[in-house]
Design a protein around this ligand. Structure first.
Ligand SMILES: [Zn+2]
Ligand SMILES: [Zn+2]
Ligand SMILES: [Zn+2]
Ligand SMILES: [Zn+2]
Length: 575
């Protein structure tokens, strides 16, 4: 193929296209591709470099470097090298088909690059902007510090000067000199006596008269010489004053640079419908757990199904018993496996290998046994939160289990011993670790009950106006730690801030593809942390809609030239 003839232009019309998107069938230059790959609406699209489009061509056979007459066929897993039929020493090793290994490794790498393209590069762009600000800030801070340090060093010099010229020190110099004088005098006196004693030898009377008038020196007359006090910085200088300026210099160790959602994302209202899907095989969406853009678990009163959103086709059906008016019967964990309450005595897991495992088997139901009514898998800790009730006392609680299945916490009462929950129907967790429960007091009203990570009651939300009653259904939290809850009464979604403050009500939120309102109410919610979409399931009817109100920043000044190397090698290939 002669590329000179077939030059495709990017839709920006400025540059020749280097990428082709298999999802939206557009051509992109490198600059526009970066925008296309990081935009939340298109980041899941499948793009390839132009030279990779012809990847359906058969694989090239490559000659063994040791045996030029033979091509590589197998991959020795033990030695981690490709081998040909003539390569020796691998008889007892585990060998795989070369192409199988290639395809699986190639797929892995592609997925990694895809993730980097979509998320990491975007984060780098934000970090770059942040770093630039930091540099500016640091320079300013450095300048301020410099002048502060000059002032400080002047102060210290003054202290030192003052200390050296201090009167006490001068006094000490004086006392040393006076001691010197005293010693000199004493020695003179002794010398004088010596002389007199010599002169008056053999003249006893004169001698006796003399010593009577002038007492001879004795040992006791030796002047006592005190040590002069030492010059000390601690005695007369106010040490605190001296240290104070020095302690102002501090090296503050800071944590690893981490990007908060508030920096990566922004809210743009109104909420915008992205797509709407009809899920065949259910007659309502009591609870939804989204898995990927085209996979969602939905249940009605009879069954729990995995639906392909693009086709509406049911990919898997699991038997569940929806008892009472339980809502949050399932949740998807970090590994994208489904954890679900099958009935009042079993919590199960539908694994990625399509097997079903029992997570918990409850005791055979007696009225005094706790039975599960809702659950949630924490994406941050991997913990499982299970809402439970018992028939005999009508008590409710939330139990936390770690990944090993060990119960680590029970949340049941507030600090006054009052029961927190009446009937936990749906449960979720906020980014700060808060446990958020949609709780029903009776059929027509209830509250959103929020406790912190340690189980301390933080707040209960019962509606946006005093006296109004909330009838909470499905619940979720978003990237900004807002709590979103469906209200059966107003048929709207209430949005509450992390602190418990009312933010807004949104609705109608059951729409068809073209944004037309459908005659049903929002019932179940699921937040997609990868694509930042809000998924809403309908109460009557079988519609699941995806909404966007969280966006990435689109006009970043610094584009990261991440694929520089790849493209250089591409240029080399061309020549
Ligand atoms: Zn372009
Ligand atoms: Zn595309
Ligand atoms: Zn060989
Ligand atoms: Zn081997």
């Amino acid at each position: 193929m002669n590329s000179a003839v077939n030059v495709k232009f990017c839709k920006c019309n400025e540059e020749g296209a280097e990428y082709f998107c298999h999802t939206c069938h557009n051509h992109y230059c490198r600059k526009c591709q970066q925008e296309h790959a990081t935009n939340l609406d298109t980041k899941h699209h499948s793009n390839t470099l132009y030279r990779n489009i012809s990847s359906h061509l058969p694989y090239k056979k490559e000659t063994c470097s040791k045996h030029l007459e033979c091509t590589y066929q197998k991959f020795c897993e033990s030695c981690n090298i490709p081998i040909c039929d003539l390569c020796k020493g691998h008889r007892k090793h585990k060998k795989l088909e070369l192409l199988t290994v290639y395809e699986s490794k190639h797929k892995q790498l592609k997925e990694q690059i895809f993730k980097i393209r979509c998320d990491t590069i975007y984060q780098f762009q934000i970090i770059l902007t942040e770093l630039k600000d930091d540099i500016k800030h640091c320079l300013k801070e450095k300048k301020e510090l410099m002048s502060a340090m000059i002032v400080m060093s002047r102060k210290i010099k003054n202290y030192m000067d003052k200390a050296l010229g201090h009167s006490r020190y001068l006094k000490d110099v004086h006392s040393c000199s006076s001691q010197l004088e005293r010693i000199k005098k004493h020695i003179n006196k002794i010398q004088y006596y010596e002389q007199i004693q010599e002169t008056l030898i053999r003249r006893p009377v004169k001698f006796l008269k003399f010593i009577k008038t002038l007492r001879p020196p004795s040992m006791e007359d030796t002047p006592s010489l005190a040590l002069h006090s030492m010059l000390s910085m601690t005695q007369d200088i106010n040490v605190k004053d001296l240290i104070k300026p020095l302690t102002k210099i501090k090296m503050i160790k800071r944590d690893k640079r981490c990007l908060k959602n508030s920096k990566l994302l922004k809210v743009i209202l109104p909420v915008n419908v992205i797509d709407s899907y009809v899920i065949t095989d259910v007659d309502r969406c009591h609870h939804i757990s989204h898995v990927t853009l085209d996979r969602v678990w939905v249940n009605d009163g009879n069954s729990l199904i995995l639906a392909d959103t693009t086709t509406g086709v049911t990919l898997k059906r699991l038997p569940i018993l929806r008892y009472g008016s339980c809502l949050g019967l399932h949740s998807v964990n970090r590994e994208r496996e489904l954890i679900y309450i099958e009935n009042s005595s079993a919590v199960k897991k539908y694994c990625n290998d399509m097997s079903t495992k029992t997570v918990f088997k409850m005791k055979k139901r007696r009225n005094s046994d706790w039975f599960p009514v809702c659950l949630y898998c924490s994406l941050s800790t991997g913990d499982l939160l299970i809402g439970k009730m018992r028939y005999d006392t009508n008590e409710s609680k939330v139990a936390r289990y770690n990944k090993q299945g060990k119960q680590t916490q029970t949340i049941q009462n507030d600090k006054n011993g009052q029961a927190l929950y009446h009937f936990p129907r749906c449960i979720t967790e906020n980014n700060n670790g808060d446990v958020v429960v949609s709780d029903s007091i009776d059929k027509s009203y209830g509250a959103v009950i929020v406790t912190d990570r340690d189980g301390m009651h933080r707040f209960s939300y019962t509606g946006n106006q005093s006296g109004s009653k909330l009838s909470p259904l499905g619940i979720c939290t978003d990237a900004f730690s807002n709590i979103l809850v469906c209200d059966w009464k107003t048929q709207l979604v209430h949005v509450i801030e992390e602190s418990g403050k009312f933010y807004s009500t949104w609705g109608p939120l059951v729409l068809d593809k073209s944004g037309r309102k459908l005659t049903t109410i929002p019932y179940s919610l699921s937040y997609d942390v990868n694509n930042h979409l809000l998924w809403v399931g309908s109460g009557h009817g079988n519609v699941v809609s995806a909404f966007r109100y969280i966006h990435r920043h689109s006009h970043l000044t610094d584009k990261v030239e991440f694929f520089e190397e790849v493209n250089t090698s591409k240029d080399q290939q061309r020549t």
